[in-house]
Design a protein around this ligand. Structure first.
Ligand SMILES: Nc1ncnc2c1ncn2[C@@H]1O[C@H](COP(=O)(O)OP(=O)(O)OP(=O)(O)O)[C@@H](O)[C@H]1O
Ligand SMILES: [Mg+2]
Length: 355
């Protein structure tokens, strides 16, 4: 890994934003005087790590608290349809979770490597060890050397990514692997010491069905299904729902049946078909749809520039006061509750309760 690229040092967020992300309910002045960690000379910027420390203090969690040796909640995004915003949601959600103090591991599970590029890693130039390769090594009983595959996005292990590149498309090794559908679960179990250091793991998967995607689904309890309010979305949801049903009957011995949680993205309230489609989705999948809906917002298109990948970044970083960031913050708050994501495994109040 190139040293210059190894750390895209995150500068932090302004006090106003930090106030919301910590869940502190005093005045901004009180916040500044109580939490002087941020350097006032750089306009009171708080890093993800500092926000974690502040929240731990507010919650009386010891700063050196370590998570127990168990897997954190694993969010896997899935949709039968491409281009609906899976990667956008995965990237922004991970950023927001980290900026609200959670330790986050993102896994790029798509050979298109869009999430990798979103975090400023130019996979065409860099030496990448992707999750498929780690699973292959694990299945072949070879040392996985997992830490070498991890790229830090924010310092202090607040946001790490296992990136992908196009070579992950070759999953022929998986076809012949024993118990192949469990290849990802086995890697998680074998490397539990590594994976259990995070408060949440987010896997961004590729559209459509593939063996690789199935391995990710089996590690999850609740799939995050991103849909757009368009005619094809019902069909795409139905395909995913029947896929989940198949998995549940094929792996009926699983501790818990797999379920779906739906997030609607790219919603434009002025479009009649969008509202009609939303009603249809609600009628067909009641209680599975998140009440936070992400609006159609052009800033999401500005996140990634194929000609200058190192400048890429999520809306939450680039345009933190935008409507897009607002929707992402609201979605993150609701998913913290839905997936029971905890700071160092401690149930937190504050950010969660403030929603
Ligand atoms: N809420 C939104 N408003 C406007 N544009 C959006 C929104 N969400 C995502 N986009 C844009 O839609 C395009 C597709 O998004 P994204 O790559 O996240 O989809 P995906 O489901 O991951 O695609 P794929 O199936 O190819 O992996 C991107 O250009 C992204 O910027
Ligand atoms: Mg994608």
């Amino acid at each position: 890994m190139d040293n210059d690229m190894a750390m895209r040092t995150f500068q932090g967020v302004k006090a106003k934003f930090a106030l919301e992300l910590t869940g502190f309910n005093g005045t901004p002045k009180m916040f500044r005087s109580r939490f002087r960690e941020a350097d006032d000379n750089v306009h009171a910027l708080y890093s993800a790590r500092q926000i974690r420390d502040i929240r731990m203090k507010l919650l009386s969690i010891p700063l050196d608290a370590v998570r127990p040796l168990k897997l954190p909640p694993i969010i896997v995004d899935r949709t039968a349809k491409g281009g609906v915003g899976k990667t956008t949601v995965a990237g922004n959600l991970g950023t927001c979770l980290a900026l609200s103090g959670h330790k986050v591991l993102e896994i790029d599970g798509d050979a298109q490597a869009t999430l990798t590029g979103l975090f400023g890693i130019d996979w065409m130039k860099e030496d990448i060890t992707h999750i498929g390769e780690l699973m292959r090594r694990c299945a072949a009983n070879q040392p996985t050397n997992i830490r070498d595959a991890v790229w830090p996005v924010y310092e202090g292990g607040m946001l790490d990514i296992i990136p992908a590149d196009i070579t992950m498309a070759d999953d022929s090794w998986l076809m012949g692997a024993l118990n192949r559908e469990q290849a990802f679960v086995r890697l998680l179990e074998k490397e539990i010491e590594f994976f259990s250091q995070y408060d949440v793991i987010i896997v961004d998967s590729a559209p459509g069905s593939s063996l690789l995607a199935t391995t990710f689904m089996l590690a999850s309890k609740l799939l995050l299904a991103v849909v757009t309010p368009e005619p094809h979305s019902i069909a795409a949801m139905d395909v995913l729902a029947s896929n989940v049903q198949e998995i549940n009957s094929a792996f009926s011995k699983r501790e818990q049946q797999l379920d779906i949680h739906i997030v609607v993205n790219k919603y434009n309230q002025t479009k009649k078909p969008h509202n009609e489609m939303l009603s249809t989705l609600l009628a067909r999948y009641p209680e599975k749809i998140n009440d936070v809906i992400i609006r159609d917002f052009v800033g999401f298109l500005r996140e990634a520039d194929p000609n200058k990948i190192v400048d890429n970044g999520t809306v939450l970083e680039k345009e933190p006061s935008s409507v897009g960031a607002r929707d992402i913050i609201d979605l993150t708050k609701s998913l913290i509750r839905r997936y029971d994501i905890r700071l160092a495994d401690h149930r937190a109040v504050g950010f969660e309760a403030a929603a």
